[in-house]
Design a binder for this molecule. Structure first.
Ligand code: NAD
Ligand code: UD1
Length: 357
């Protein structure tokens, strides 16, 4: 059992990872400002865990606060020390993630993503906690070719959001190089996480109009939006629509647990790893699979390409497979089925949800 600080643990990927951490018996300390999430996600974890006959026994500690607030961070580390031991590692999910918002409010993104991380790192160092897994993104690459993106592909983000991720990776690399015999760091570069926990109790809950494809599809299927607009039908791809590497959020969460174990069991090191499936799916293929698996219809029309879009991004996941002995297990059908179950059980996300599911 380890003591793990999870930043942004109420969010989409964080909540699924918290569930697995609790299932493995870890004690977790979650900090989240709820700027893009609901506290209900963590309440739901207890429901899932209890249904599995696992007893939390005070192993889930929740703090509402912002990472830029030193006081709350220090308090968490102090609290963790109370019953002996200390925070062993940090899973750092907290951050803002909208590309379009980052174009409109770059200062907000630099402050929320980079300054938060610097603050966190300072408090970690002061408490001699030197193991961190950082939520990076495929967005740091700017792959213009159909080849698989490897960890050595050029880093050249084209929007403020991606630049904050690349800079945080740079900061972490500098810190590692300054004391490479003490830090254990993993920059996990996610491709396109979708789906939900198979229970349908936790899932993705975007605020406002979803900017990503999958939540848009589920909301169209549910009748919450009239139709999907597809950004371009003339891309140099198999059917003219954009191709992405979709990965089930549970596979992604499991990747974090592997990375955590790997880091804690090995000597200090810095890892840069892609988390993806290595398979490309076009927009039309995703729609077709979703319709078939869930027996629903997704009306759509084509519009112009979206600013900043790329034709194809697919991960090479060879490094992750060999290093972490981790391979994504779930299919595109699983992603579509689980994501739809979440949408059906929570038509308005966590907001106004019927807790008697
Ligand atoms: P999310 O918005 O659902 O979760 C992020 C959480 O962090 C939210 O609960 C939010 O309230 C919290 N948060 C934000 N700023 C905070 C701050 N300053 N202090 C405390 N809490 C704060 O997003 P997600 O999809 O779960 O993504 C998690 C991480 O993974 C993010 O850093 C994101 O940039 C990165 N990422 C996500 C994707 C994706 O497609 N979802 C892809 C690549 C990388
Ligand atoms: C987008 C972001 C990326 C971010 C990622 C995860 C842009 C340009 N890129 O990536 O920085 O890391 O989300 O948050 O915003 N599509 C439609 N109609 C829609 C929505 C999307 O056709 O309503 C298409 C897109 O053109 C793309 C595919 O669906 O071809 C996937 O889009 P999306 O889910 O937004 O993911 P990314 O483009 O990979």
């Amino acid at each position: 059992m380890k003591k793990i600080l999870v930043t942004g643990g109420s969010g989409f990927i964080g909540s699924h990872t918290c569930l697995l951490l609790l299932e493995e018996g870890h004690e977790i300390f979650v900090i989240d400002s709820h700027i893009n999430s609901s506290p209900k996600s963590l309440e739901r974890l207890s429901t899932i865990i209890e249904a599995e006959n696992i007893f939390l026994n005070g192993k889930l500690h929740i703090y509402k606060g912002d990472l830029r607030d030193n006081k709350i961070l220090k308090k968490i580390f102090l609290d963790a020390n109370k019953n002996g031991g200390s925070i062993d590692a940090v899973l750092h999910f907290a951050g803002l993630k909208s590309v379009s918002e980052s174009f409109n409010s770059p200062m907000l993104y630099w402050d929320a993503n980079v300054n938060s991380t610097i603050n966190l790192l300072k408090v970690m160092e002061a408490n001699n906690c030197k193991t961190i897994i950082f939520s990076s993104s495929a967005n740091i690459y700017n792959s213009k070719t159909p080849q698989l993106t490897t960890e050595n592909s050029e880093i050249n983000p084209v929007n403020p959001y991606g630049r904050t991720k690349a800079v945080i990776e740079r900061i972490l690399t500098d810190i590692f190089e300054s004391a490479s015999d003490t830090w254990r760091i993993a920059n996990l570069r996610y491709f396109n996480p979708i789906g939900a926990h198979p229970s349908g109790f936790i899932g993705e809950d975007p605020q406002g109009v979803p900017s990503n494809l999958f939540p848009f599809i589920t909301q169209v299927a549910a009748g919450r939006r009239k139709e999907l607009t597809i950004f371009g039908n003339n891309w140099p791809t198999k059917d003219g629509t954009g191709v992405r590497d979709y990965i089930h959020v549970m596979d992604l969460a499991e990747g974090h647990l592997r990375a955590l174990k790997y880091l804690l069991d090995s000597k200090p090191r810095l890892l840069n790893l892609n988390l993806g499936t290595g398979k490309g799916t076009s927009v039309l293929e995703l729609i077709e699979t979703f319709e078939k698996v869930n027996k629903v219809s997704i009306p759509y029309s084509f519009v112009n390409r979206r600013k900043g879009d790329l034709p194809i991004t697919i991960a090479s996941n060879e490094l992750c497979k060999t290093c972490l002995n981790w391979t994504p297990q779930r299919t595109l059908e699983d992603m579509c089925r689980d994501g739809w179950k979440w949408q059906l059980q929570n038509p308005k996300g966590y907001f106004n949800s019927n807790e008697n599911f």
